[in-house]
Design a protein around this ligand. Structure first.
Ligand code: FAD
Ligand code: NAG
Ligand code: NAG
Ligand code: NAG
Ligand code: NAG
Length: 550
């Protein structure tokens, strides 16, 4: 206490002296901090706050960054729940894995000393096949998981060169994407232009099915392996999802997650600087532009505060926000997948009979699905087809602490287009699950714990060649347009970082004015141009005219 007082009394006269000019008149006051509001504390908003505080500091610009989040947690669609409500047993409810090439997430986990675990896919339980692809009638593919080489040999025997071709396509696509992290492309003020300059339009403009066919990948491999991956990752089939998101699904090298929950990355980002204040349980209801180009933000409880820049880091359509006056650009309303995620625990293994397997066989740890040949151009509106679910997987082994004698159990995750009920659970476990167990679990039952969640998980990734604007108006920025390009934690974080850099560049006037000539349309490279504009049955209304400018 004494020391503090002493320090203050010594330092105060000094700082006053520094601020006064020679003739006793106060010099110009220090630069007022830039006030920035970020709406949403998911991957995009947290990354925007983190990178903004860093870049602004590097540029010598003081900032006050306020992050507003309507829910009670940081992370958005990246969040955990606890099996049996036991805080020691967290399970990912949303985004569960990221990969080696996800530079922002990987580097943040290192900076924050977070422990990463290789995703469970790499260590199946003893004797259990790792992964199988079920088409509602039979397993079309089962990998042993015992021996990488043997699995590869099986793939080559069944699919010829298609796996190798697909791997090559994936690598070149990733290499193009990584250009978006670096100068001269980064930061990009237009996503449409950046995608074009990275050479990715030919991949986003067509369906996965068209892309793979064009590149000589066999239908069999596309349907049985690649589509199993687009279904587990995006709940979409190859005839709908665009080529780029299809390639993202195949880029699974070095899959990992943060021990205890991926949301910790975003929490650490928000706690990294005293310039950032986070307001949980705070819904923004209105953004209004003032005559002096600042913005008033109004919370749902009526509090108003004023900011120089606003970053909207959530899909506008689900944010219940009013923006007035209407900004220069209003993001499109886009369809999102309505995905049911069910987590549950049981002492029982999956019943081989439910999957047409012989008694005594082991059901694979990851049951992915695809459409049977008869449904390849299925009429099922949610695309799920006769399997009835997108995936059932074992996400961990846990201990049920609710019994007098704690019981080792298996924790499962199901992705499906409908709510999971007792009929479904009784079938896959091969024993009676009551309605009550299927709704709420019963500590001593076949389902001891269950958690039902419906997400608007990601957009239907229809082929497209233009993307939402990033700068909706002067001082008003939007991150979620990137989800129609790629919807992952990393790409949202990348967009957050990109917006942060665009803002600092404007403040320092380092942002190059974009010399754009009207009327000049985008040129499409290569001979793929012809099929980029083919109207796609399932992409009606999504394929916008090419309007990006060079
Ligand atoms: C089941 C599931 C599995 C997935 N699996 C993976 C995976 O394995 N790997 C991967 O990389 N990605 C995965 N994803 C996708 C990934 O979760 C998202 O792409 C990413 O988390 C989106 O981050 P975001 O910050 O853009 O949006 P969000 O995470 O949605 O964040 C937006 C935030 O804004 C808040 N908000 C909205 N409106 C307001 C308002 N008016 N006022 C205040 N706050 C508001 C919301 O509450 C939310 O927290 C998965 C998604 C789901 C649902
Ligand atoms: C947010 O609300 C939840 C539920 O109402 C509450 O448990 C939590 O403490 C609140 N958090 C903050 C930071 O206000
Ligand atoms: C992470 O660990 C390193 C070495 O142990 C340490 O120097 C660093 O300060 C830690 N960083 C954080 C954010 O805890
Ligand atoms: C914006 O907020 C300021 C400060 O709270 C207030 O004086 C002003 O009237 C507000 N403007 C509008 C249009 O509500
Ligand atoms: C249970 O779910 C299945 C789909 O998995 C559905 O066909 C069935 O009608 C549902 N049963 C009840 C009673 O809702």
């Amino acid at each position: 206490m004494l020391l503090n007082t002493l320090a203050v009394s010594l330092l105060l006269p000094l700082s006053q002296a520094l601020r006064s000019s020679g003739n006793g008149v106060l010099a110009e006051p220090e630069m007022a901090p830039k006030r920035v509001a970020i709406i949403g504390a998911g991957a995009a908003g947290s990354s925007a706050a983190y990178h903004l505080s860093q870049s602004a500091q590097d540029a010598g610009i003081p900032t006050q960054i306020h992050v507003f989040e309507r829910s009670s947690h940081i992370g958005g669609r990246c969040t955990t729940v606890h099996a049996w409500s036991d805080p020691k047993q967290p399970v990912e409810l949303g985004a569960s894995i990221f990969v080696e090439v996800n530079h922002i997430l990987v580097s943040a986990s290192k900076t924050f000393n977070l422990t990463t675990a290789a995703h469970e896919l790499e260590k199946p339980r003893e004797g259990t096949p790792e992964l199988g692809v079920w088409n509602g009638k039979e397993f079309v593919f089962i990998s042993s998981g015992d021996n990488g080489w043997w699995d590869l040999a099986k793939l080559l025997w069944r699919y010829g060169y298609s796996p190798i071709k697909t791997n090559g396509l994936m690598k070149s696509t990733v290499a193009r994407f990584l250009k978006m992290y670096e100068k001269p492309l980064f930061p990009w003020s237009s996503l449409s232009e950046a995608v074009q300059e990275a050479g990715l339009l030919e991949v986003t403009g067509v369906t996965g099915e068209q892309f793979l066919k064009e590149k000589g990948v066999s239908d069999k491999f596309a349907t049985e392996i690649v589509q199993a991956s687009t279904r587990v990752n995006y709940a979409q089939n190859l005839g709908l999802i665009h080529g780029l998101e299809t390639m993202v699904c195949m880029a699974a090298n070095g899959a990992m997650s943060i021990t205890g929950g991926n949301w910790q990355i975003f929490s650490r980002m928000l706690h990294s600087s005293s310039a950032i204040s986070t307001h949980l349980n705070t819904t923004i209801a209105q953004i209004s532009k003032q005559p002096d180009n600042t913005y008033n933000l109004t919370t749902s409880s009526g509090e108003v505060s004023t900011f120089d820049d606003i970053v909207l880091a959530a899909p506008l359509q689900s944010s219940s926000l009013v923006i007035e006056p209407q900004p220069k650009h209003t993001p499109d309303q886009i369809p999102y997948v309505k995905l049911h995620v069910t987590l549950f625990a049981s002492p029982f293994k999956l019943d081989p009979a439910a999957f047409g397997m012989k008694d005594g066989s082991e059901v694979p740890q990851y049951v992915l699905t695809t459409l049977p040949p008869s449904e390849s151009h299925g009429s099922d509106p949610n695309g799920c087809g006769s399997p009835g679910f997108f995936s059932v997987s074992i996400v961990g082994n846990g201990v049920n602490p609710l019994l007098p004698e704690p019981r080792p159990e298996i924790v499962y995750k199901i992705f499906s287009p409908h709510r999971i009920n007792s009929t479904f659970l009784s079938n896959i476990l091969g024993r009676k699950v009551t309605d009550d167990e299927a709704e709420d679990g019963d500590p001593n039952g076949a389902v001891s714990w269950i958690y039902h969640k419906v997400w608007h998980s990601y957009p239907y990734e229809f082929p497209r060649v233009t993307f939402d604007e990033i700068k909706l108006d002067e001082g008003l920025w939007y991150t979620s347009g990137i989800e129609s390009f790629i919807s992952t934690m990393e790409t949202s974080a990348l967009m957050g970082k990109n917006v942060a850099q665009l803002i600092v560049d404007e403040w320092t006037s380092a942002g190059e004015p974009e010399p754009k000539q009207d009327g000049e349309t985008l040129k499409v490279q290569g001979d793929d141009a012809a099929w980029q504009f083919k109207p796609l049955d399932n992409a009606q209304g999504q394929q916008k005219p090419l309007k990006a400018k060079l």
